[in-house]
Write a protein that binds this ligand. Sequence first.
Ligand code: PCA
Length: 220
Amino acid sequence: MKGGSGGNSAVQYTMKKLLITGFQPFGGETVNPALELVKQLAGKSINGYEVIAREIPVVRYEALDAVRAAVDEISPDAIIIVGQAGGRPDITVERIGINIDDFRIPDNKGNQPVDEPVAKDGPIAYWATLPIKKMVANMKAAGVSASVSNSAGTYVCNHLLYGVLHLLATAGKAHIPAGFVHIPYLPEQMAVRKGLESQYPTMGVETLVKGFTAMIEALD
Ligand code: PCA
């Protein structure tokens, strides 16, 4: 800290802020690994970022409203949205969000759009603006299985990924790196899937925390 007598002498060392969001349970599940994970990361300091977690409803438009409110409140320096992708074996960092809502099951308020745009006048797609390759490399180096995914699906997760990137692009905030990470089921979600272990690989919360810590180290 710089010296000086009085006035504006104290240098402020403010930490950068990472907004990390986790979805609520959906599709008949009682937990969502994304929410369990972000609860563990909340309040941690990683790579110069203060991690600020928020819970997001699995509801068309309301999910985006929740992130918009958090962005306005927090002014984050980076945004990572996390969702469950049951059946995927590893942590998958999404490359792209597409302008389509085509829900295979209703969301938590019964919305089930088919082949509708997320944003009527929006472009076809947005690239995620996180350093996706470096994030994957960091996780692998930490011994956690990870890969890039080229589709976040057409359900609420893609809706939110596209929606957030469109929001940032149209609000003059495209400089804020943002993107989406899908994670596998938790081991406890297999209680209702006995005998289906080979179809549904799982990952425990400690491994997820280790992976995400390495992932956040990849941010500038
Ligand atoms: N996964 C869903 C929506 C909420 C979540 O956690 C998805 O992949 O679209």
